[in-house]
Design a protein around this ligand. Structure first.
Ligand SMILES: CC(C)(COP(=O)(O)OP(=O)(O)OC[C@H]1O[C@@H](n2cnc3c(N)ncnc32)[C@H](O)[C@@H]1OP(=O)(O)O)[C@@H](O)C(=O)NCCC(=O)NCCS
Length: 295
């Protein structure tokens, strides 16, 4: 058993403050509090569980997580050129397995993934039949995960860094309306806006499973307050269009993030992995501090 898992399972931490809301109504400036997960995790159809984790773990934890990965995951890990990227990939997959194992009440190594044609991971065989859907994203040592029951879902997080090719990305991936609005913004607001829109687009592309094959310039990330993706007229005609909810998630000061979930009237909860801040070894705690994450 993983030390993290033991702590996680023995923890009788407090339940989160449930936020029963329509995420679209609170798209702007939402500052969630990241809570200690309960011992028993349950996902019903209206639940959306968003998890935040720091990936720079002590090497013993990375080794333990490696033991839970499948052969193809370990082979993928071997392809990273830098040790830090390799360890982060192992930690991200290891934590994904650990959280899924808590929902499914199985050993993390027993979980099997399959992949859509554009690479979206899903639960395979009997685990897939549970209806649990998930998405994950990581950037600069911080990971976000989202879990739902029977709803398509996508998540994205980006460290807000200097992007030398920002102009080219905007031209290629942003809609005419977005580009026009973007040009009117003061320089001081451009970087944050760019990442906010980018993460919304990526989260949507990941919810559909199409990744970069999805025409991102056809998705308008310039959401007015209170508007859902649907109301912006994407995905074909009104009859065939599924409803999507989209909202921003700010996991830490220097990061932008977004979540897209099929449907509405969602009960969104935010969990911190691992459960309690005192469970963090010193190294992780100092990294968390450098991200200004309040735990
Ligand atoms: C495949 C893609 C989803 C990866 O996105 P990304 O931002 O590079 O990486 P993220 O950390 O957000 O997501 C990675 C996870 O997405 C998942 N993923 C891969 N393909 C996916 C797809 N088609 N749909 C949903 N999820 C997918 C994988 O599980 C992956 O996790 P892993 O590393 O454990 O395998 C794709 O959209 C992509 O390559 N985007 C390019 C991003 C880019 O150019 N960003 C510039 C920002 S300024």
């Amino acid at each position: 058993m993983y030390p993290e898992a033991r702590k996680f399972q023995n923890e009788s931490g407090s339940y989160s403050t449930r936020m029963l809301h329509r995420p679209n109504d609170r798209a702007e400036n939402m500052k969630p509090s990241w809570n200690t997960p309960p011992t028993q995790l349950r996902l019903s159809r209206e639940n959306v569980h968003i998890w935040r984790a720091v990936l720079d773990l002590p090497s013993e934890s990375v080794q333990e997580f490696k033991g839970s990965l499948s052969i193809d995951e370990r082979m993928k890990a071997e392809h990273f050129r830098y040790e830090r990227d390799r360890s982060r990939f192992i930690a991200a997959r290891g934590i994904l397995r650990l959280i899924l194992a808590s929902y499914l009440s199985v050993y993390p190594g027993a979980i099997r993934f399959c992949y859509g044609k554009d690479g979206k991971p899903r639960l395979e065989n009997i685990f897939g039949k549970t209806g649990i859907q998930f998405s994950l994203s990581h950037s600069e040592g911080l990971a976000l995960y989202v879990f739902t029951q029977g709803r398509q879902v996508g998540i994205d997080v980006e460290y807000m860094r200097e992007i030398s090719e920002m102009k080219e990305i905007i031209e290629q991936f942003f809609s005419v309306r977005e580009r026009t609005f973007f040009d009117t913004l003061p320089t001081s607001e451009k970087q944050e806006t760019f990442f906010k829109w980018w993460t919304r687009k990526e989260a949507f592309a990941k919810a559909t499973g199409e990744g970069l094959s999805y025409p991102l310039d056809g998705f308008d990330a310039l959401l007015a307050k209170g508007k859902s993706v649907e109301s912006l007229g994407i995905l074909g005609g009104a009859q065939e269009r599924p409803r999507w909810s989209i909202w921003d998630v700010r996991p830490a000061e220097e990061f932008a993030g977004a979540v897209v979930v099929e449907g509405g009237s969602l009960d969104v909860q935010y969990w911190q992995w691992p459960g309690k801040s005192r469970d963090y070894p010193e190294r992780i705690r100092s990294n968390v501090h450098s991200f200004n994450v309040s735990i």
